[in-house]
Design a protein around this ligand. Structure first.
Ligand SMILES: [Zn+2]
Length: 103
């Protein structure tokens, strides 16, 4: 079973498995930020990837600016579509580890 099916996520501070909709970790008491949404990121990458919007959404503002500066070449748009496919195929757990553990 994936963590989502079990209704749990991992505390951003101590890594303890906690209820997915918990606002505060019962173990360490640290407030949990709302998780970034994998499908939202995938859709942003697909439709607005050429402008790096998904990078800003995922907290990679540096890359977002690079994409924005290069958007006239259409290369970021192509990369964005490839990234959206990866985001679509990625498991929620993998996504959480990659993009929801820095907050
Ligand atoms: Zn904790």
């Amino acid at each position: 079973m994936t963590p989502k099916e079990q209704g749990i996520k991992y505390c951003t501070e101590c890594g303890e498995p906690i209820r997915r909709n918990a606002e505060i970790c019962p173990k360490c008491g640290v407030r949990q930020y709302p998780n970034r949404n994998r499908l939202a990121a995938a859709l942003l990458a697909f439709f607005l990837g050429g402008f790096g919007i998904h990078k800003f959404y995922l907290g990679k503002a540096g890359w977002g600016i690079v994409y924005l500066l290069l958007c006239w070449t259409f290369i970021p748009g192509l990369i964005g579509i490839v990234e959206s496919i990866f985001l679509f195929l990625m498991s929620d757990q993998e996504f959480d580890v990659k993009y929801n553990c820095d907050r």
